[in-house]
Design a protein around this ligand. Structure first.
Ligand code: ZN
Length: 259
């Protein structure tokens, strides 16, 4: 009898410890997830910055080549103008005026292109300054967070190790069969032991019969929930309360009591 009670107590404590270990691990995982998300954000900022820098380089290159075009166009206009002064004859004059107009048109296009590329380069330069500042700030925040998360991970590892030390003797107190069953539940991400509260299984809320409750109180064998298969655990401190709720406690002594 005592053996079954000990088994149940050990199983219950084992599960409470595992819940605690899981919570510590989950907290550490959450912090690590947050760190990874921040690192990814820094990387994406760096990528956006690199893209803007590359674009700036291209625009600067285009601007220099447009400036060369503009200089060539200015030379072309000057050349025609210098010839114009020497020109004689209305037909030749008209032809050169036509050429001049054409070259001036090209000059205007070249000027517009240079101006627009200069404007674009200015905007890109401004944006790279902003992006650099943002990336640096994010990287700094990440570095600070990484230090915090490394400390948190270390603390979690130490805490889990300490809980593991407490777990080992408790697990050793559970029979191999029940430990295997317990582990199977845990592998499925389920709790293997459920408390009985108000004669219901706390895991699935299935109701217990009076017989179930009696068997639980006798503790001759390990009882499992018929609905979910959980090992049922009745906190000894709650046994009297469960009896009272079931009405069994009132029934039994009733004949002896004065009606
Ligand atoms: Zn259940």
């Amino acid at each position: 009898m005592a053996v079954v009670r000990d088994q149940l107590e050990a199983l219950w404590r084992l599960q409470q410890l595992d819940v605690e270990i899981d919570a510590v691990a989950a907290r550490a995982a959450r912090i690590e997830g947050e760190r990874r998300a921040r690192a990814a954000a820094v990387e994406s900022r760096a990528a956006i910055l690199a893209e803007a820098q590359q674009r700036l380089k291209t625009v600067e290159f285009d601007r220099r080549s447009a400036e060369k075009d503009l200089a060539a166009q200015e030379a072309a206009v000057r050349k025609i103008k210098s010839r114009e002064a020497l020109s004689a004859g209305a037909a030749v004059y008209a032809a050169r005026e036509k050429d001049l107009a054409k070259e001036r048109q090209r000059l205007s296009v070249a000027e517009t292109r240079v101006l627009s590329l200069m404007e674009e380069a200015d905007k890109l330069r401004e944006s790279t300054v902003t992006l650099t500042r943002e990336r640096d700030q994010a990287a700094e925040a990440l570095a600070a967070f990484s230090r915090e998360s490394a400390a948190a991970a270390e603390a979690a590892t130490a805490e889990i190790a300490k809980l593991g030390e407490r777990r080992a003797p408790i697990a050793a107190a559970v029979s191999a069969d029940w430990l295997a069953r317990y582990d199977r539940f845990r592998e499925k991400g389920k709790r293997a032991v459920a408390e009985v509260r108000a004669h219901h299984c706390a895991a699935c809320d299935a109701g217990l019969t009076l017989r179930d409750l009696g068997a639980l109180l006798d503790a001759k064998t390990v009882q499992t929930c018929r609905a979910c298969g959980c090992v049922l655990y009745l906190d000894p401190a709650r046994a009297a309360e469960e009896l009272r709720l079931s009405g069994a406690g009132a029934e039994k002594p009733a004949p002896g009591k004065p009606g």
